[in-house]
Ligand binder design. Sequence first.
Ligand SMILES: NC(=O)c1ccc[n+]([C@@H]2O[C@H](COP(=O)([O-])OP(=O)(O)OC[C@H]3O[C@@H](n4cnc5c(N)ncnc54)[C@H](OP(=O)(O)O)[C@@H]3O)[C@@H](O)[C@H]2O)c1
Length: 324
Amino acid sequence: MRNLLKFLSAALTAPLALGFAHPGPAFTRTSGSAITTTTTTSRKATEYSIADQVERFANAKKEKNERYLDISSVYNGGDLSGKRVLVTGGNRGLGLEIVKELVAIGATAIVLCRKSNPDLEAIVGQWNVYAGVDVTDDEAVKKAAKNIKNDGGALDVVINNAGYFYDPFESILEDTMNFDEQLKQINICGLGPLRVNAALVQAKALAEDAKLITITSQAGSCEWRAVQNKDKGGDYGHHMSRAACNMAGVLQAQELKSKGYCVVLLHPGFNRTEMTAKYKDIWDVEGAVEPKDGAKRVLYETIKASMESTGKFINCEDGKEIPW
Ligand SMILES: NC(=O)c1ccc[n+]([C@@H]2O[C@H](COP(=O)([O-])OP(=O)(O)OC[C@H]3O[C@@H](n4cnc5c(N)ncnc54)[C@H](OP(=O)(O)O)[C@@H]3O)[C@@H](O)[C@H]2O)c1
């Protein structure tokens, strides 16, 4: 019995002692600093992005960091020319700008969305819009995956962009928790990309070396909560949904390695879209960009995604990793 207790106690403390667990990356309103740490697997120092978004943006300006401040100075979408790229939620916001940029660089953009519109169809062609598909609907997603394959062949890139952020601030102390909304966010943002990728794999709708990109959020970093949500917590469903999304991405990276698909998680940076309109007052100080620039940031990192970066969680603002 004593040996069993000793074994259990060692097993429970081992991950922390070995540094597997970081003490504990959203839209942010507080302060912090750069974190440099050592990964337990490679023992190589990783220079992470900075949790404090005000500081991160101020540093970029101080350093005249072109990569951060003007993505067009480094971005050239040429590598995606001629590729077939699926974008979920490509009917508005960041997704629509990604779609426009894909078309501009000569890629075939295919859109999976709930509701199409004439402007979107004029951009990508009516036949490239798979509408009526909610990413929480198993059957609709499976059917769309089969149709995409049968209609036009294999996809080279998938950009899981559809997402949802419940508007009111959730807090235990203010008694504003909404568990149904939490589950909805987890279903859309956590399970949505997994559901889409799984259906595409099963439908054999992916090209040999396809890239599976998921637009997640820095909101999914546990470690960054101590800075970005310092002493206030909140927005439970938002953060939990992205933590689930990230875990699903890491597991997919492991399982799909043998198929040659890389799975990369991208925080798209802070974009001036409907989703973040509630944060309008901090757009300037936190360096929020127009979604057409956010789209280039996402595509820049999509082009870089490879089997070397599979399973990584990357900030499209500076190209650095975000700690889990
Ligand atoms: N904007 C930012 O600063 C920021 C920061 C971090 C992460 N992100 C992530 O980036 C992605 C794009 O954000 P955004 O700012 O463009 O948001 P947005 O303007 O609110 O657009 C969200 C998109 O997701 C779609 N969507 C929502 N629920 C869906 C569902 N159940 N099934 C299918 N599609 C659904 C929406 O389609 P409908 O038109 O049908 O609603 C819309 O196309 C999201 O995943 C978001 O979480 C954004």
